[in-house]
Write a protein that binds this ligand. Sequence first.
Ligand code: NAP
Length: 285
Amino acid sequence: MPARLIDGKAVAAEVLARVRAAVVRLTAGQRPPPTLATILVGDDAASQIYVRNKRRTCEEVGIGSRSHNLPADVAQSRLLELIGALNAADDVDGILVQLPLPPHIDTTEVIEYIRADKDVDGFHPYNVGRLAQRIPALRPCTPAGVIELLCHTGETFYGRDAVVVGASNHVGRPMALELLLAGATVTVCHRFTRDLAAHVQRAEILVAAVGKPGLIRGDWVRQGATVIDIGISRLADNRLTGDVQFEAASQRAAWITPVPGGVGPMTVAMLMHNTVEAAQRRRAR
Ligand code: NAP
């Protein structure tokens, strides 16, 4: 029987409805809305689309949005100065610097400069460290969104074999930490993994986060597995595709995310969730 589709748009809409309700509570009595500052450096077309989408979603859920667009040749010191001002601004709850940054910018220094309690992307070493120590604060958006999707399928995590393919700082690694926190037995595969097929074949929960179309062959997928495809690549004919061979994998999996319409909408929804959470934590102090 073909797999059931995990509808990321529908689950994201549920998350955004909860965010909207939280914003209404936070703004009761004329209090200011939670506010997200976004910083876009340069004119990369994909980054422009992502940032526009984030800014638009802020409007839809009632989150205040402050937009900062800097030229591609901006100096590191100027970018840090802006982040410093946003760190200090009482009316800013979350700061997002759209990645990737131009090569002359030190991305690690930029991420570490953002105040951890305003780091709504969840990339700051403090927030990743909290997740590693099972005391999560602001969680990296895409992995947190994947956990929401898995919960939506009724997935149980305890003792399940989960395999994450991809080990980047922002996606694969925190994904593995989320699954470990949830109680799964986690394997992380990367460029140097020997026999990727053997690991994939064992996975009851498979999460692909590489960015190589069709890297995961459909006939590797374990019968009845839940397959989450985070990868997004644009093909020559302009279509978007994931890392997993979708058609063949669908014949074996129990649940599978489409690309697009799977994980993508969840990332933005979790960013909104994190902005509200950051505001709630700051206002509770
Ligand atoms: P990345 O920084 O390029 O990391 C890719 C990872 O894949 C690296 O850990 C790399 O291993 C690993 N890898 C490369 N070739 C491999 C192979 N043959 N076998 C196993 N692992 C291999 O990319 P990223 O930022 O993590 O993003 C991954 C994908 O997710 C991209 O397509 C991106 O567009 C997509 N993405 C989607 C969303 C969304 O909202 N849906 C959000 C973020 C990212 P090494 O560590 O050894 O180099």
